[in-house]
Design a protein around this ligand. Structure first.
Ligand code: SAJ
Length: 406
């Protein structure tokens, strides 16, 4: 039996996927509210195909509880935030979950950490913790790190098809976990050691962060000299060995905007390019705010309450707002003691910020200037409704005449 600990963005789909592929699964979460919701047959966030997968997992007998179970394998997928000051990973949720696992785990059980951790974290935080509790690693308990790789918006497909990495002390234990993941994963599954697995995960997200930063820096250079960054990127990408990503209003989510900081925190004198890249990405919401003021000045607009941000989530077609560029921009505006921007996002139905709208028409009636912060399909399908507005398009999706870009 597999006990999945932490039923968030990664734990829930992973638990459902295993249960729908013939594995006996119990999902554990400390929040009674979340467990009640799942028991009532409701998923806790929106993701394409999640409801269907949920039904298949229910048919496969999945159960939800707040209690830790006696199981052969534990999959820990709890959050790993980072300390904003030291930039180091915070492991307390992982160690707390492992502490609770150890209270019930039978001899020889395998603990798989799926949460993203910085390289060396299992050595530094988990091993001493398990040993102090009186368990002999490799005999009483086995440790594995199997970092997740799925992208919100396409999670179900990627769970089924992405290659995976399994880091284990003992290759036989690694192979056992490989067999478990192969019940649903059609990609290649590489077995390696734990520290290598930790590093690969952080490096993958860092690669993307640095490449997005490069695109953002190009956008700033082109803005400075009146060049069209999109045209330049398009032409450069026709070169067979060039593949530049897209600039945007900032980098959000709990992965690309967080994980690279682990390397900066652990290797401050070495991770220079990464440090600068993260700073560049973090500067983008402010860059957009300056563009808003610049355009208002150019257009002779003075009333900030007639300006609206379209999109609150960290990227398109998801309901996840963690570290979102729009939230960062609003915070920055507050720090400058200037508020009043209107906000709307079709995926955020509860009130999370002031001046928030829940209906596209009402939002559009209330503003003269729209900033496209997120390229949700909704706005792509409603572009003509922006025809009488001033538009700052942070994603180059709007072909109306006179549109501004970052
Ligand atoms: N973004 C840009 N320009 C781009 C691409 C993205 O500005 O060209 C922005 C997005 O708008 C968003 C942020 O970057 O704000 C991150 O979005 P994303 O779609 O690049 O990635 P995430 O954070 O949703 O998921 C990433 C993925 N990692 C990689 O692609 C290397 C995913 O595979 C990981 O599983 C996930 O992080 C994670 O959980 O670690």
């Amino acid at each position: 039996m597999v006990n999945v600990i932490g039923l968030g963005y990664i734990g829930l789909p992973t638990a459902l996927m295993m249960a729908s592929h013939g594995v006996e699964v119990v999902g554990t979460n400390h929040s009674q509210g979340k467990v009640d919701m799942l028991k009532a047959g409701k998923t806790t966030f929106e993701e394409d195909g999640l409801d269907e997968l949920f039904q298949a997992a229910l048919d496969g007998g999945i159960q939800f509880t707040t209690e830790y179970q006696v199981a052969d394998v534990y999959i820990v997928s709890v959050q790993t935030p980072y300390d904003k000051f030291t930039k180091k990973v915070e492991m307390q949720y992982v160690t707390a979950a492992i502490g609770d696992v150890l209270k019930v785990a039978p001899k020889g059980a395998i603990i798989v950490v799926e949460s993203t951790v910085s390289p060396g974290s299992i050595d530094k935080y988990v091993r001493p913790y398990v040993t102090e509790k009186g368990f002999k690693i490799g005999e009483d308990i086995h440790l594995v790190h199997a970092p997740e790789r799925i992208i919100p918006g396409n999670m179900i497909y990627e769970l089924l098809h992405n290659d995976r990495t399994i880091g284990a002390d003992d290759p036989d234990i690694g192979e056992k976990i490989k067999v478990l993941y192969a019940t649903f994963c059609g990609g290649n599954i590489v077995v390696t050691d734990i520290k290598t697995a930790e590093m690969t995960k952080v490096v993958e997200n860092t690669f993307r962060a640095v490449n997005i930063a490069f695109a953002n820096e190009l956008a700033k250079i082109c803005r400075h000299d009146g060049m069209d960054v999109y045209e330049i990127i398009k032409i450069c990408n026709m070169h067979p060995r060039v593949n530049i990503l897209q600039p945007g209003p900032g980098v959000g989510g709990h992965c690309i905007s967080v994980d690279p900081w682990f390397l900066v925190g652990d290797y401050p004198s070495l991770a220079k390019v990464i440090d600068e890249s993260m700073k560049t990405n973090d500067s983008m919401p402010d860059f957009v705010l300056n563009r808003i003021y610049e355009i208002m000045k150019e257009k002779g607009m003075t009333d900030i309450t007639r300006v609206g941000l379209y999109g609150l989530t960290y990227k398109e077609n998801v309901d996840d707002m963690r570290e979102s560029p729009t939230l960062q921009l609003l915070e920055s505006q507050e720090r400058h003691l200037a508020t009043g921007l209107k906000v709307y996002d079709p995926y955020i139905t509860n009130d999370v910020v002031p001046n928030q709208y829940h209906d596209l028409s009402e939002f559009l009636n209330a503003v003269d200037f729209v900033i496209i912060m997120v390229k949700h399909n909704e706005i792509k399908g409603n572009m003509e409704r922006l025809a009488d507005k001033v538009v700052l398009d942070c994603h180059n999706i709007c072909s109306l005449p006179g549109v501004y870009h970052i």
